[in-house]
Design a protein around this ligand. Structure first.
Ligand code: ATP
Length: 369
């Protein structure tokens, strides 16, 4: 049974702002579900409605077998009755209490035994690397340390559903990477359902089991992150995930062929070409190879930039007035101005119709012509 279900949930502010627009989502029990999207797309509003800190204008929210909000049933469970743990971007720690006291506070309120509190405190402080800070006052901590205390304070309660709103935003890059691994480990160890808000696609890709991608308050795709990456439902999803951004090459479908830039790919059997008109072929940087020698299906291009990163080489090339970014992790090492040959090595064909929606397709790619 899914842990959390949203049915036709909308949140309107005044007559103009539709912060969340008819959102239906079944968040599976035990999943690490990330609400991802650009600033202002409705992520925090959605989380606040699940938490009970805000109410939908329309729709129903269920948590486990409880109705948390229903307009028809005139029902709205207060946040304290929803059995959720919350960590928000702005974490209110008590400055006059030590770190240990801040973390243990909720357990003390629940009259948990001293030995149990000490055990859980030790576990959570070790996991979040704050054991050396336990006797300090929270006012004496850096922003990143305070953020970890805020997470510890919630984790120590062992909630079955954990809501996290950009909890890593104050951490430096190294610590953020460590914390991602830590959160992922905590998720698999506790089996808790985690709902995580971020605008950082890498964070979403690395940690989540499920991704709910939002734009302008509306759900664009709900699937495991690598499925969204490999099979984006639309141009927005293709473009939002991945760094560098996906190359979108303009063209058309004609006589069973996808003609985009210099590429001429056979339309796979079973793929619906959609309504006639312009299409875009989506090619990720790692789905192309550069060769010094021409070969079947390759397109002649000119190298315009060479961007080594240490492990990989990024090249920008010009093809029919479009600049494409290509990632290579092996030779040849090319120079600006080189005339070379570009091959599409597709893991999954991504073609978007004029509406921006991905064309429905079967698994096979077909041969390059
Ligand atoms: P961010 O990543 O910047 O935090 P978000 O995706 O979490 O953004 P929300 O905070 O959910 O977005 O806001 C969604 C939309 O609703 C935005 O256009 C925002 O300006 C608007 N909004 C949010 N709260 C209110 C409010 N109290 N009154 C009016 N408009 C609001």
């Amino acid at each position: 049974m899914p842990a959390i279900v949203l049915e036709g949930v909308s949140r309107l502010y005044g007559s103009k702002v539709r912060a969340v627009d008819d959102l239906s989502l079944e968040i599976p029990d035990g999943s690490f579900t990330t609400l991802l999207g650009p600033s202002g797309c409705g992520k925090t509003t959605t989380l606040r409605m699940i938490a009970g800190l805000d109410s939908p204008t329309f729709g129903t929210i269920r948590i486990g077998d409880k109705v948390a909000f229903s307009l028809e049933e005139a029902k709205s469970l207060p946040p304290s009755k929803r059995g959720l743990g919350l960590v928000f971007q702005s974490y209110a720690l008590w400055p006059h209490l030590t770190v240990a006291k801040n973390i243990a506070f909720g357990l003390e309120v629940q009259k948990v035994g001293k030995a149990e509190i000490a055990k859980r405190l030790e576990q959570v402080a070790t996991a979040l690397q704050i054991n050396t800070l336990l006797d300090r006052y929270t006012s004496e901590l850096s922003g990143g340390q305070q953020q970890r205390v805020a997470i510890a304070r919630v984790l120590v309660m062992e909630p079955s559903v954990l809501l996290l709103d950009e909890p890593l935003s104050n951490l430096d890059a190294t610590l953020r990477m460590d914390m991602r691994a830590e959160l992922k480990r905590l998720h698999s160890e506790t089996g808790a359902t985690i709902i995580y808000v971020t605008h950082d696609q890498l964070e979403a890709l690395t940690m989540s089991t499920h991704l709910a991608l939002l734009q302008n308050g509306a759900l664009q795709q709900f699937a495991p992150p690598l499925e969204v990456y490999a099979h984006p439902a639309n141009e927005f999803a293709a473009d939002f995930l991945g760094n560098p951004r996906i190359n979108l090459i303009e063209g058309r479908i004609e006589g069973g062929h996808i003609l985009c830039g210099g590429f001429n790919l056979t339309l796979p059997a079973g793929m619906d070409p959609g309504a006639p008109g312009a299409v875009k072929l989506g090619l990720r940087a790692e789905e192309m190879r550069l060769h010094r020698q021409a070969g079947p299906g390759m397109v002649r291009v000119r190298v315009t930039s060479v961007l080594p990163t240490g492990s990989d080489w990024y090249y920008q090339v010009r093809m029919n007035h479009q600049t494409l970014t290509i990632r290579q992790n092996a030779t040849p090492h090319l120079s600006e101005g080189d005339e070379v040959f570009l091959e599409a090595c597709l893991d999954s064909l991504k073609v978007f119709g004029a509406s921006g929606k991905a064309l429905a397709m079967s698994a096979s790619v077909g041969d390059s012509a």
